[in-house]
Ligand binder design. Structure first.
Ligand code: V47
Ligand code: SF4
Length: 364
């Protein structure tokens, strides 16, 4: 008998959720909490894999991309962040436009996606970013420029004394194609207050993404989990994202980010288990019924866990990356970058079909 017709889900108290998944029905907040509380991660994974297979078959997407972090100097000082430096502190850096171009030129393959993000620097004005975007766009006209988080956009707007919408409009004119998904962390206000009190609020983060969608920009979204948040906080985060997507439809991909503890000022009592990571990816797939892609970000997960995630709802392996600083400062033990053949071999090794994509998830 097929697993979905068997008593397996009923014995775990998940028969009604299984039925909703089979009927393509939206899951409720309470369903999300029950999935997180289910003692059997494999059952949650099987449900998520069902949805992933329905959406994407055995395809797993990857992209030839390059990450560039333009500065690690940041006024926000989030308690979990191992990457940030204060202005004047040793180890702080700011790249010039030419540094950015040099880093991009050093990649073995021309990128189809350029991911540029950084700290909230107290002095870098909008012209610095327009200058970088125009230069990168001119050099790589076919690459999707997926740059800046909503937190950076809010910061640029505050520094310049202009509306976030104007910042987005100017950056779009300079070549911006998408916003990166970082900075969402956890939306629940009491957790956000403890983790990152100086950062844009959840409402600001969501409204900047919706402004971007209104301007025709796509965006990604993240959730940082495995620190001081509760199960309810994770479900709240996912449901708020789903509601935001209902309003505008511009989110392309969701990236669940497990908290890496090294060099962080945040100490936690119960570090995440590998199974808890996979279950969180699976619940994300199940609750976010209106976001097409779930990323197994191998940098934070590690490559083997990212492979496992492909059977727990994820369909994107991200990319070549080349040089990553945020996760590696926090103790990520993954490689700095992967070649195209390493990516495709890893995807095939899981029984999936590798599909190269651009930044917007168009197949190439
Ligand atoms: O916003 C910071 C997170 C994010 C830690 O949009 C940490 O396609 C784990 O958002 N442990 C930046 N995570 C990375 C990010 C991202 C990555 C890849 C693709 C995309 C995309 C977005 O990293 C930050 C924060 O949430 N982070 N410190 C840490 N110790
Ligand atoms: Fe700054 Fe981002 Fe680090 Fe927070 S997570 S301190 S905003 S670089």
């Amino acid at each position: 008998m097929h697993l979905f017709q068997s008593d397996y889900f009923a014995t775990l108290g998940l028969a009604d959720i299984r039925d909703k998944v089979e009927a393509h029905e939206r899951l409720s907040f309470d369903d999300g909490v029950r999935l997180f509380r289910c003692p059997e991660p494999l059952a949650v994974g099987a449900l998520a894999h069902r949805v992933r297979s329905r959406l994407h078959g055995d395809k797993t997407f990857y992209v030839v991309n390059r990450h560039v972090n333009y500065t690690n100097i940041c006024v926000n000082g989030c308690v979990f962040c191992a990457y940030q430096r204060e202005e004047g502190q040793s180890g702080g850096f700011v790249l010039t436009r030419d540094d950015v171009l040099t880093k991009l030129a050093a990649a073995a393959l021309p990128p189809r996606e350029v991911h540029i993000v950084g700290g909230c620097h107290p002095k870098l004005g909008l012209t610095y970013f327009e200058d970088i975007l125009s230069a990168v766009h001119e050099r790589y006209p076919d690459a999707v420029l997926k740059c800046f988080t909503a937190v950076e956009i809010a910061h640029f707007a505050r520094l310049e004394g202009i509306a976030a919408r104007e910042v987005l409009t100017r950056l779009k004119a300079a070549g911006l194609g998408m916003l990166a998904g970082g900075g969402a962390e956890i939306f629940a206000p009491e957790v956000r207050e403890r983790l990152c009190p100086r950062k844009a609020t959840a409402d600001e983060w969501l409204s900047i993404h919706e402004e971007a969608h209104g301007l025709g920009l796509k965006t990604n979204a993240t959730m940082l989990f495995g620190h001081i948040e509760t199960i309810d906080d994770r479900v709240d985060h996912l449901v708020r994202l789903r509601e935001s997507q209902d309003r505008g439809g511009g989110y392309t991909c969701f990236i669940p980010l497990p908290f890496l503890t090294k060099n962080s000022r945040l100490t936690i009592d119960n570090p995440l288990t590998g199974l808890e990571e996979l279950k969180t990816i699976a619940v994300s797939r199940l609750l976010l019924d209106n976001i097409p892609h779930i990323k197994a970000y191998w940098v934070m997960l590690g490559v083997k866990q990212a492979q496992a995630a492909l059977k727990f709802g994820a369909d994107d392996f991200d990319g070549t990356v080349i040089e990553e600083k945020i996760g590696h400062e926090a103790g990520a033990t993954s490689e700095q970058g992967l070649s195209r053949s390493e990516l495709t071999d890893m995807i095939r090794g899981c029984g999936c079909t590798p599909v190269e994509r651009d930044g917007f998830f168009n197949e190439v």
